[in-house]
Design a protein around this ligand. Structure first.
Ligand SMILES: [Fe+2]
Ligand SMILES: [Fe+2]
Length: 441
C-alpha cells in the first residue's frame, strides 16, 4: 500500500540504522522496497520513573502492567492505525510531484510512516501475545477511506488529492502525531516511551516538509503577483492565470486541515483521557517540565464549551480536560509556523495574513460538533453557514483549479509553476541534484 509506481527508482533516502547521532541519518540511494524498517528505541534511562498520575514516583514498567493491559493496547493500536493511513492517502502523489526534491521528501515521509507502523506492531507482538498479534493483523486489514474497514480516526480517512493537501497534512496532521507521540513518550510503560522518543526525531522532518512546502507555495504566489503588478490578493482569476495558488485558497486549505486535525484530539472532556493519565500511560505535552503536582486530582483547567447557545470558557477538573490541554498546546505550536508564513507575505509587501480559525469552526468531534460557527467564532444559523461556507472551506472549483496545476516536473533542479525552489537541499545537496533516479519497470 506504499507509493504507486517508483518501486524500481533509486531514491535518495535517509535511513535510520541505529539511534546514535551518526547512525540515525544515513543518506544514500535506496529502492523503496529495500528501505530497512529497523526497530529503534531511544536509550533506556537508568532508574526512569513513572512521572505522573496515581503511580507517580514508582519505577517505570518494563512489562505491561496487568491492570492496564487493555487500555495500553488500545493506545498503541490507535497510534499504530494512523501511521500507514497517510501513506495510503498519499500513494498516488508521486505521479504529480512538482520536483524531484519534493518527490524524494514525499517518499521519505512514506517510508518513515511505514516504519512507525512497524514500531507500534513490534510493541503489540512483543508484549501482548495472542491478542496483540490479532490487533497487528487488524492494522494490516484496515485501509484509509475504505467503506468496510476504514482507519480508526476521521482525518485519516480523508483524501489527499493534491500536493498542497499533502503539505497542509504534513504541517497540521503530522503535528497532531507529534503531540500524541510527545504524550506517549511520557508513558510509564518504558518500551512505549523509548519507541515514541525515537519516532519524534523522524516526525520533525515531516513537519519541516509541510511548513516549507506551504511556505514555498506562498513565496511563489507572492513573487508572481509582484511580477504581474497585482497588489490585491483577492484578484483571484488574474492570480490563478499566473499558474500559482491565490492566498485566499491557501487560507481555505489551512482552515480545512487545521480543523480536521483538531478533531483528532477527541472530546474536550474525556474520562478515557483522565484514565490514561491517572494510570501513568499517557502524559501531557512536556509533562516533566510542567510546574505542578503531576497528579491533578485537585486542579482545574479552562475548557471552551458551548453553553446556552454561546461559546464560553468553563473551569473543569484538569484530569478530564487532558485532551483540551493537549489541543491548546497543539494550537500554540501550529501558530508559530503560520507566523513564519505571514513573514513571507509581509516581506513581499502584500496585504494578507493567514490565520488559524476559531476552534468552534467546522468541527465534527466534541463540544462544537453540532454548532455552526464562522472562522471568527461567531455562531451561525444553518442558512448563514451554507451561504458562506465556500468562502471558508475549499470548494469543488478550488479543488479543480489546484488539480489543474498538478503537472509533474521531474527535470533536475526544476520546479512546477506554483512552487519555489527550496533554500537548501536535502543533505546539503546542490540545486540540480538528482534526488530520485526514475527507472521505469
Ligand atoms: Fe508517524
Ligand atoms: Fe509523520
Amino acid at each position: 500500500m506504499g507509493p504507486e509506481g517508483f518501486q524500481t527508482s533509486d531514491v535518495y533516502l535517509r535511513t535510520a540504522v541505529s539511534i546514535d547521532p551518526k547512525g540515525w541519518a544515513k543518506f544514500d540511494y535506496v529502492k523503496m522496497p529495500e528501505y530497512r524498517w529497523g526497530i529503534l528505541l531511544a536509550p533506556q534511562q537508568e532508574d526512569r520513573l513513572v512521572n505522573f498520575g496515581a503511580h507517580k514516583g514508582e519505577k517505570a514498567w518494563q512489562e505491561v502492567p496487568g491492570e492496564y493491559r487493555a487500555m495500553l493496547r488500545r493506545l498503541i493500536v490507535v497510534q499504530g492505525d494512523t501511521e500507514p493511513a497517510s501513506v495510503e492517502q498519499q500513494r498516488h502523489l508521486g505521479a504529480t510531484a512538482p520536483s524531484l526534491y519534493d518527490m524524494r521528501n514525499l517518499f521519505q515521509v512514506n517510508v518513515e510512516e511505514g516504519r512507525h507502523l512497524w514500531a507500534m506492531v513490534y510493541l503489540l507482538q512483543k508484549y501482548f501475545g495472542k491478542d496483540g498479534r490479532e490487533e497487528a493483523e487488524g492494522l494490516l486489514q484496515r485501509r484509509s477511506g475504505d467503506v468496510d474497514k476504514p482507519r480508526m480516526l476521521g482525518a485519516f480517512n480523508e483524501a489527499t488529492p493534491d500536493w498542497l493537501s499533502f503539505f497542509m497534512f504534513t504541517y497540521f496532521t503530522d503535528r497532531d502525531g507529534k503531540m500524541q507521540l510527545e504524550s506517549l513518550a511520557q508513558s510509564g510503560f518504558d518500551p512505549l516511551s523509548r519507541t515514541c522518543r525515537f519516532m519524534l526525531t523522524e516526525e520533525a522532518h515531516h513537519m519541516f516538509v509541510g511548513e516549507t512546502g506551504v511556505s514555498r507555495t506562498i513565496e511563489r504566489t507572492c513573487e508572481a503577483m509582484k511580477q504581474a503588478g497585482i497588489e490585491d490578493p483577492y484578484d483571484i482569476s488574474r492570480i490563478r492565470n499566473l499558474g500559482v495558488i491565490d492566498l485566499p485558497t491557501l487560507q481555505k486549505k489551512a482552515n480545512l486541515h487545521f480543523t480536521l486535525s483538531l478533531d483528532l484530539f477527541g472530546s474536550e472532556i474525556s474520562t478515557n483521557a483522565a484514565n490514561y493519565y491517572n494510570s501513568g500511560l499517557k502524559g501531557r505535552f512536556q509533562e516533566t517540565r510542567i510546574d505542578d503536582d503531576h497528579v491533578l486530582t485537585q486542579a482545574t483547567y479552562a475548557v471552551s464549551k458551548f453553553v446556552d447557545g454561546r461559546i464560553k470558557m468553563v473551569d473543569e477538573p484538569a484530569l478530564t480536560a487532558i485532551n483540551m490541554r493537549l489541543r491548546d498546546d497543539y494550537v500554540a505550536d501550529c501558530a508559530k509556523g503560520v507566523e513564519r508564513w505571514n513573514k513571507v507575505i509581509e516581506k513581499a509587501g502584500i496585504k494578507f495574513r493567514i490565520t488559524l480559525p476559531h476552534v468552534a469552526f467546522h468541527r465534527h468531534i466534541g463540544e462544537f460538533a453540532n454548532v455552526k460557527a464562522s472562522p471568527m467564532g461567531d455562531v451561525l444559523s444553518d442558512g448563514e453557514w451554507s451561504k458562506q461556507k465556500d468562502a471558508w472551506l475549499p470548494s469543488k472549483d478550488d479543488g479543480d483549479f489546484i488539480a489543474s496545476l498538478m503537472q509533474p516536473c521531474w527535470e533536475r533542479g526544476k520546479y512546477a509553476s506554483w512552487i519555489s525552489a527550496p533554500k537548501v537541499g536535502i543533505d546539503n545537496k546542490a540545486g540540480d541534484f538528482e534526488y530520485v533516479k526514475i527507472h521505469r519497470a
